[in-house]
Design a protein around this ligand. Structure first.
Ligand SMILES: [Zn+2]
Length: 109
């Protein structure tokens, strides 16, 4: 489960940004194409936050839908998995969004 390591990084980042203050809320954007499961991150968060300034903080996860542009016909394709096919049959897609994994906001006391 690679979400454990990712969640650890999220907690470390939030802790660094809080600079010793207590973190109340962490907002994380996770793209549908990033292969990170929000539920798994939620599951790991409390455990990773234990004994840090992030302990007890609320975790808000914003899921970013995947979108891609077809390289053959320039049509837009909505993706909820890291692969897909354009209506024209082409699978050569340029990903525009959905790979996000970032801490966008933290609230401190
Ligand atoms: Zn196409």
């Amino acid at each position: 489960m690679h979400e454990l390591g990712i969640t650890q990084e999220i907690v470390e980042l939030a802790e660094a940004r809080a600079d010793g203050r207590r973190v109340r809320k962490v907002v994380v954007e996770i793209g549908r194409l990033s292969a990170v499961l929000p539920d798994a991150v939620r599951f790991c968060f409390e455990m990773c936050a234990e004994d840090t300034s992030v302990a007890g903080a609320e975790l808000q996860i914003i899921e970013i839908p995947g979108t891609a542009k077809c390289r053959a016909c320039a049509g837009m394709v909505a993706l909820d998995r890291p692969f897909g096919r354009c209506e024209c049959g082409c699978t050569d897609l340029e990903w525009l969004s959905g790979e996000e994994l970032r801490v966008t906001q933290i609230e401190v006391e």
